[in-house]
Ligand binder design. Structure first.
Ligand SMILES: C[S@@+](CC[C@H](N)C(=O)[O-])C[C@H]1O[C@@H](n2cnc3c(N)ncnc32)[C@H](O)[C@@H]1O
Length: 284
């Protein structure tokens, strides 16, 4: 029987050239096969996994060589300091999206009982991170199919987010009330973008990624629907592609939103754009 360090060495060699993160991938997969923290691998390199643990590890390495994302193999991904269950029904949460969470937290009153909708919630990463950071808010986690609702429900339960309401809806169609804020990381990749054929995204559903010929079809739709559902002074905030900020600001301007601002990610790209509903004018 092979030891942890022998299995890891062989796995690294198999992954070399297929994954840019061969060493980390092998360690994460091994730790999950053993159901141990990754520190175990450093402390007990001579430990011998059981036959079934070693078999599962080899199967996962083979699937990783085919390109399957580590998060789908282990069914988990960390976002905003919380561990989310993930599934191939929706996008794996990305670190970039933490900027959208930060912006919502920075621009909204943390103590007021605000109603905040997260459109295209996926795993619930944005809605649940906001809900846990702001217990006074009521979050509405919106997505379009039942399997995703089930995933969000399990994540709420695991993470103890009690102030999240699930809404199965085609964007805002089932949202009747008014909201203080609507945030969204919608699909925003052009449907013929060659990146859709590369890396991890090949395994993620197109419904979570692609949005018409220019990548902006869903953002256009959401803006049109959101302005009828936001309170005066309400916030609309999007994550979008690194080269879409100007177009998103223009779409928001055309819809009558004000105080438009785009914010940069760690790589210096404008990736999150905010706009506010005008406040109602007092009668003279
Ligand atoms: C880019 S993923 C974002 C997932 C998650 N919010 C995150 O940031 O990790 C977009 C999500 O929008 C959902 N979606 C796509 N079209 C939709 C529609 N018409 N109505 C509601 N949700 C939709 C997809 O199912 C997917 O979960």
């Amino acid at each position: 029987m092979a030891s942890v360090s022998e299995l890891l060495r062989a796995a690294r060699q198999r992954l070399e050239g297929y994954s840019p993160t061969a060493d980390v991938d092998a360690r994460v997969l091994m730790a999950h096969c053993l159901n141990k923290p990754s520190s175990f691998l450093f402390t007990w390199p001579e430990h011998q996994p059981t036959d079934s643990e070693a078999r599962l590890f080899q199967q996962w390495i083979a699937r990783r060589v085919e390109g399957e994302p580590v998060a789908y193999l282990i069914g988990r991904r960390e976002f905003y300091g919380h561990e989310f269950l993930v599934s191939p029904d929706t996008l794996i949460p990305r670190p970039d999206t933490e900027l959208l969470v930060d912006m919502a937290l920075n621009h909204l009153d943390g103590n007021a009982p605000l109603r905040v909708a997260d459109l295209g919630t996926g795993t619930g990463a944005i809605a649940i991170s906001l809900a846990l950071a702001r217990p006074a808010w009521q979050l509405f986690a919106v997505d379009m199919d039942a399997a995703i609702m089930d995933l969000v429900e399990r994540n709420c339960h695991r993470l103890g987010a009690h102030n999240v309401q699930l809404v199965q809806s085609n964007w805002c169609e089932q949202l009747n009330d008014r909201f203080d804020a609507i945030v969204s990381n919608p699909p925003y990749i052009a449907e013929d973008d060659p990146h859709l054929e590369q890396g991890d995204v090949r395994f993620e559903p197109l419904t979570a990624l692609a949005s018409g010929r220019d990548g902006l079809e869903d953002i256009r739709l959401i803006i049109t629907q959101a302005v009828t559902r936001l309170v005066p002074g309400g916030l609309l905030a999007f994550e979008h592609g690194y080269d879409q900020a100007e177009e998103v600001r223009e779409l928001m301007r055309e819809a009558g939103l004000t105080a438009l601002a785009s914010h940069r990610d760690m790589a210096g790209h404008e990736r999150v754009t905010l706009g506010f509903m005008p406040r109602a004018r007092h009668a003279d």
